[in-house]
Design a protein around this ligand. Structure first.
Ligand code: HBI
Length: 94
């Protein structure tokens, strides 16, 4: 699995409103805010199923109504199309 080029990454980010690039990890990052914990957790449950289906998993944390998600491809040591595809699906689930 090949890492995205600088140009490919820029194009991907333009099509992923709300997501940012973490340069240190070469990852996509985004924080989601929900009204309460239960709503945040139901979102996390939906993301978990998307991740399993994609065989691609987030690094994430949750504090009450907030869910912070980081996507990078461990096997490639940086951003790949798998991260972009999963980010798109996660955005649609929010
Ligand atoms: N998830 N984010 C991430 N990065 C990986 O390299 C990765 C994964 N989930 C599953 C997985 N690799 C392996 O089981 C194979 O799919 C490569």
């Amino acid at each position: 699995m090949k890492r995205l080029s600088e140009q490919e990454r820029g194009e991907a980010l333009q099509a992923l409103p709300g997501w940012a690039h973490d340069r240190e990890r070469d990852a996509l990052v985004r924080e989601f805010a929900f009204r309460d914990f239960v709503t945040a957790f139901s979102f996390m449950s939906a993301v978990a199923l998307l991740a399993e289906k994609a065989d691609h998993h987030p690094e994430w944390s949750n504090v009450y109504g907030k869910v912070s998600i980081l996507l990078t491809t461990h096997d490639a040591g940086g951003l790949t199309s798998r991260d972009v595809d999963l980010a798109r699906r996660i955005s649609a689930a929010a």
